[in-house]
Design a protein around this ligand. Structure first.
Ligand code: GDP
Ligand code: IMO
Ligand code: MG
Length: 423
């Protein structure tokens, strides 16, 4: 059976967690392929909100296996906290959660390096979640990292010590004040490692190959969004992994020719948390309304998210890079009550009108060209059928579908699992 992918098409927080949860009943395996605890995936059902960072969003379904792939970076301390929360909700994760031996570990000193690097950048900081993501992927590609499978070897603590010592000397290289107590950080780290070791470690690429050959259905869950991809995003204001479709191949060991559907998730408007260019960003009342109604605060850091109109130039680019086959539009309910809406359909770039996402999308290079749309007043949050959607929302949806030439198969009208309309 084919492996389907689910990816964010903007700057993250599109609502991936909600949709993976909604789709899990159709799949045997949910597999996270990149990122780490920089992600915050929110699920809401039965009146309770859950936020997952590293654990795949299918974990609340009894039958599915949830797999943390080799492309993911794991902070044992945060991972343990996630497991503790799952225990409170009686999730039998010992049975339903498996981890790739090839996934890399985030050490306490990776977090320190992240903090030192950001502090040293001053105004040019990335706006990182400071979870140690960049330094851990740097150690992975620099061939210094420690992997989950290393924990099964006696020698891993020596390797740990050598790497942590090296990190400490690197931290001191930065000209910043960073107060920390490594001994204290290591106590919780080693405790968390013991918890991690109680879980099932697997050779995940073989596991997925066999599962796929045996006809099991697999959904690959992305983290972040395409515009934060280290190659295709707004570099250097990106994360350190490939968040796009290719990342699912390298982050799980699946071949490109087994990929089936590519679900692309986007918000009906745009948000971004952290620094970096954002051509359609609003600094007015409309932006403020989106943030307030959409409750746009980061699920991992609590920072307020920057808000703006939908950017079709960027969305088209993300659809191309990922080969999106089906779109899912999130948070349509947040746009209720706007008299008129705008969609960016082109950029003015160095005096010319362009329709592609250029190398430089900074504000001084690019200004958005908008098409206007009529708004709608209806409250969508209790709607469950496509036929009840307001006429102007249908016009908004039809325009996007026509521009992107990809069907919008799902419209989300609230955070709850049930507030989901299939088309
Ligand atoms: P993810 O990182 O892509 O999983 O998204 P986040 O969980 O970080 O952010 C999405 C936020 O929007 C969460 O607070 C969700 O509960 C919420 N959400 C998801 N879908 C909808 C929707 O259709 N309408 C509204 N109002 N909120 C939604
Ligand atoms: P989910 O999976 C939104 C952003 C950070 C920062 C940049 C680099 O919930 O959509 P990093 O910690 O990776 O060094 O941060 O990327 N960022 C996210 N923004 N959603 C996320 O994940 C993000 N993960 C990282 O804010 O700008
Ligand atoms: Mg999020």
């Amino acid at each position: 059976m084919a492996v389907d992918l689910l990816l964010g098409l903007q700057w993250g927080d599109e609502g991936k967690g909600k949709i993976v949860d909604v789709l899990t009943s159709k799949y045997n395996i949910i597999a996270r392929f990149q990122g780490g605890p920089n992600a915050g995936h929110t699920l809401v059902f039965n009146g309770t909100k859950h936020v997952l960072h590293t654990i795949p969003s299918g974990i609340f379904h009894k039958k599915a296996i949830n797999l943390v792939g080799n492309g993911v970076v794991i902070d044992p301390v945060i991972f343990k906290k996630e497991l503790d929360k799952l225990s409170l909700h009686k999730v039998d994760y010992q049975k339903s959660l498996v981890i790739s031996r090839k996934a890399h570990l985030i050490l306490p000193t990776h977090r320190l390096l992240d903090a030192a690097s950001e502090a040293s950048k001053g105004k040019a900081k990335i706006g990182s979640t400071l979870k140690g993501i960049g330094p851990t992927y740097m150690d992975k590609t620099g061939r210094n990292g420690i992997r989950v499978g290393d924990l099964e070897l006696d020698s891993w603590k020596e390797k740990y010590r050598a790497l942590a010592n090296k990190h400490e000397s690197m931290v001191s290289f930065y000209d910043v004040d960073l107060e920390y107590d490594l001994n204290e950080l290591e106590v919780e780290f080693f405790e968390a490692i013991n918890v991690l070791k109680s879980l099932t470690f697997i050779d995940s690429e073989d596991y997925l190959y066999q599962a796929q050959r045996a006809g099991k259905s697999i959904l690959a869950e992305g983290a972040q969004g395409s515009l934060l991809d280290v190659d295709f995003g707004t570099y250097p204001f990106v994360t350190s992994s490939n968040t796009t479709a290719a990342g699912a191949c390298t982050g799980l060991g699946i071949a490109p020719n087994v990929i089936g559907k590519v679900y692309g998730i986007f918000k009906a408007y745009t948000t971004r948390v952290g620094s970096g260019p954002f051509p359609t960003e609003l600094f007015d009342k409309d932006g403020e309304t989106m943030g307030r109604v959409g409750n746009e605060f980061g699920a991992t850091t609590g920072r307020s998210r920057r808000c703006g109109w939908l950017d079709l130039v960027a969305l088209k680019y993300a659809c191309q890079v990922n080969g999106v086959t089906e779109l899912m539009m999130m948070k349509a309910d947040v746009l209720s009550g706007f008299k008129s809406l705008k969609i960016c359909t082109a950029y003015k770039h160095k005096g010319e009108i362009i329709y592609h996402f250029p190398f430089n999308v900074e504000v001084h290079n690019v200004s958005p060209i908008y098409t206007d749309f009529e708004g709608w007043d209806e409250d969508l949050t209790k709607m469950s059928n496509e036929s009840t959607l307001p006429k102007s929302l249908n016009a908004y949806i039809n325009f996007i579908e026509k521009e992107l030439q990809i069907p919008i198969k799902l419209v989300s009208v609230g955070p709850d699992r049930k507030q989901t309309i299939f088309r």
